[in-house]
Design a binder for this molecule. Structure first.
Ligand SMILES: *Cc1c(COP(=O)(O)O)cnc(C)c1O
Length: 307
């Protein structure tokens, strides 16, 4: 039973030279840590699973879509701790490679209609799910809660160890939970830019702030969410994103289109547009957090066989 938190070492950094400018990007490869559940989900889930085990739970449950990195990671990380896992899936499609792998790890899957799935954050609905498919501890979708954010503090701390005088940090956001934890692990010498993978998710900043308030960090980095790099919406793709991912593959940095590809594309487009010059202190090193999610590459035929 592996219960230690995911750790980051010097080997998890990769320097990427961009075509845009002389400015290198220091990539923190979370996709290489977290064992069977690589990426940011391992960090978010660690404290939640530890609390479930400490509380004597035998089963953990959560929500996600057919390609959910969160359910995929929950199946692996929960299974490693000897927990039963239950995935409550949006829509009818349980036949994706993501969910089939989760099922092989022992996750029990239940399809929810879209209308039911919309109620996933509602207390009464959650109690109903636990009594129908549990008993178990219900983990919020995407691990979005203060404990999940707290699990990402070590990512911020690893960045501060590498760049003690500050950095500009870019990462993809969904719920913003990971960004909140990273921000709370840094201080005002750091600037954290979240690239929203969703179209028009204008509540992300409020969710980040709620997690930050709950974490009560004495110092936090400056942070913001950018909404103009979604490439058409969640899990959508355009030519620029495809080209960016093919390019980074060729540089030895595998990305995927849902999150990490959009973060690198945003870095390149902001540099090309001079936006990092005008809004940021470019004397600071530029850090890109690779949040993982590579299992999802299987959902995109144009990527060819998995890297
Ligand atoms: C889930 C996920 C994110 C988003 O994380 P949040 O904490 O919800 O913002 C980013 N990148 C990858 C690869 C993910 O799987």
């Amino acid at each position: 039973m592996q219960a230690s938190p995911p750790s980051l070492t010097r080997d998890d950094w990769q320097v990427l030279a961009l075509p845009e400018q002389g400015c290198p990007v220091h990539v923190l490869r979370l996709d290489r840590s977290g064992g069977a559940a690589p990426g940011n989900k391992a960090f978010k889930l660690h404290p939640l699973l530890a609390a479930a085990v400490a509380g004597g739970a035998r089963c953990v449950m959560s929500f996600g879509g057919p390609w959910s990195n969160h359910l995929h990671a929950l199946a692996a990380a929960g299974g490693l701790r000897g927990l039963e896992t239950v995935g409550l899936v949006r829509g009818e499609n349980l036949a994706t490679p993501t969910l089939e792998e989760a099922a092989r790890q022992g996750m029990r899957l239940h399809a929810l209609a879209y209308s039911a799935y919309r109620r996933r954050n509602d207390d009464a609905f959650q109690r109903e799910m636990v009594s129908r498919y549990g008993p178990g501890v219900l983990i919020p979708e995407g691990g979005d809660c203060p404990a999940g954010a707290g699990g990402c503090l070590p990512i911020g701390e690893a960045i501060a160890r590498r760049f003690p005088s500050g950095a500009v940090v870019v990462l993809a956001t969904g719920t913003g939970t990971t960004l909140a934890g990273i921000t709370a692990g840094l201080d005002e010498r750091f600037r954290v830019i979240g690239i929203s993978a969703l179209k028009g998710a204008l509540d992300t900043a409020a969710r980040v702030q709620a997690n930050l308030d709950a974490l009560r960090a004495s110092r936090v980095a400056r942070w913001e969410i950018r909404h103009d790099y979604h490439c058409g919406g969640f899990a959508r793709c355009n030519d620029a994103l495809q080209a960016c991912i093919h390019w980074s593959d060729s540089m030895g940095l595998p990305l995927e289109p849902v999150y990490t590809g959009k973060a690198l594309l945003a870095v390149r487009q902001m540099l090309a547009a001079g936006q990092l010059d005008t809004t940021l202190d470019t004397t600071l090193p530029l850090v890109l957090v690779h949040t993982g999610g590579l299992q999802g590459r299987r959902g995109f035929a144009w990527l060819g066989p998995s890297a």
